[in-house]
Design a protein around this ligand. Sequence first.
Ligand code: HAM
Length: 439
Amino acid sequence: MTKKFSLPRGTADILPEEVPLWLSLEARAREVLGCYNYKEIRTPVFEEAALFKRSLGQTSDVVKKQLLELVSSKEEGFALRPEGTAAVARSYIENSMDRREGVTKLFYIGPMFRGERPQKGRLRQFHQIGVEVIGPQTASPYLDAEVIALNVHLLKAFGLEQFTLKINTLGSPEDKENLSGILRRELNPQTAHLCPDCRERFDRNVFRILDCKHKECRAVVENLRLGYEYLSDAGREYYGKVKEALRGLDVAFEEVPSLVRGLDYYTHTVFEICAGSLGSQDAVSAGGRYNNLVAQLKGPEADAIGFALGMERVLLAMPPQEKLQEGGLEAYLIALDEPSLQTACRIADALRRAGIRSDVGYRISSMKSQMRLADKAGARSVVIIGEQELQKQCVTLKDMARGVQAEVMISNNDFSFLIRELKERRRETTCCGHIPAGN
Ligand code: HAM
């Protein structure tokens, strides 16, 4: 028997009825990002696996457990990208972007891949909108605050209101090393209460214990008394200014000393935005500063900060009224015989050229069954053409919502009356508060 194929686990088809919503999310993001002077970059969906291993850290969960490496008989050593930062840093170096401008502000929109155990809000292929700001000597608490404010602005532009911004600092690399020591000291007496993974993490990468979702580990972490004694004066001053700048921008935040983030490249400011409605996978967006990554990848000394938001999680957290689909069919053409179908196709062509969303019922069948199809297609108006209409050189235009109909002249193949009428209806529906279709 032939096999019936189905979706790989942890992936999803974005169906035609869902695509408008994705497009509107992307369009809103582009609009906001444009206001902050970000330019789009598109990098490949796969890179050398070593790029991710070196950037995110060999001991990070993303590399250790989730990296999807490509196995090919010809070429080896590639992996699907689990995130965008490493690839953007690679491209920044390869294209000598540091020589172009002082600060490079980039954004990307696209699929990322992680071999995770799928659950609600946790996929193997998911989509991120991410930003990265890279440039020599550009580390500034004011830039950190601006990037965080941009993240909040984006979520608000998507209609999200119920979320919490959590911030923390890891300080300089030396401060981070101190923090690692303090965590080991605090956790050492409690290792017996940790899950087997975290017991291993204790030696390899103690920060990861703070991200563990296991109940027992969370209980241990919640009882930790974490302060900021690991910070140098410079680290403390920088962080203080970030918080002050956030207050200046009216961005509400919660300070969470146990927020350390799962990827190795972070230093100084880290942040996460969570939506309570999402359950256990509640981070809609996350990011932080990574001043050493570009140099670590053999690039110039360049400071950097960025974040990425998960589009699937944003869609899960979006209020239903924001999910209104934009654009519907404005005209559905019904032909009752073959000569009428020829005319219907010519009219549809003229309507489309005039920017009116139109389609044709290509199968000649009864008026009743064609009206049913027009209704299913969600058409706002139906244009009916039959023998009678052809004789009178007109069409019957029916308004589906109001149920009223009228004849509109099409003499001498002049469809301008019909175009004007349909555009008038578009204006009326827009004024009534509906989302406009087309221009
Ligand atoms: P991340 O925290 O790994 O950071 O991912 C950012 C966001 O992507 C998460 O908050 C979540 O919304 C979404 N996400 C991550 N994994 C999944 C998944 N398996 N399924 C669905 N959504 C997911 C980064 O990726 C960093 N590159 C962010 C960054 C940019 N830091 C600096 N610049």
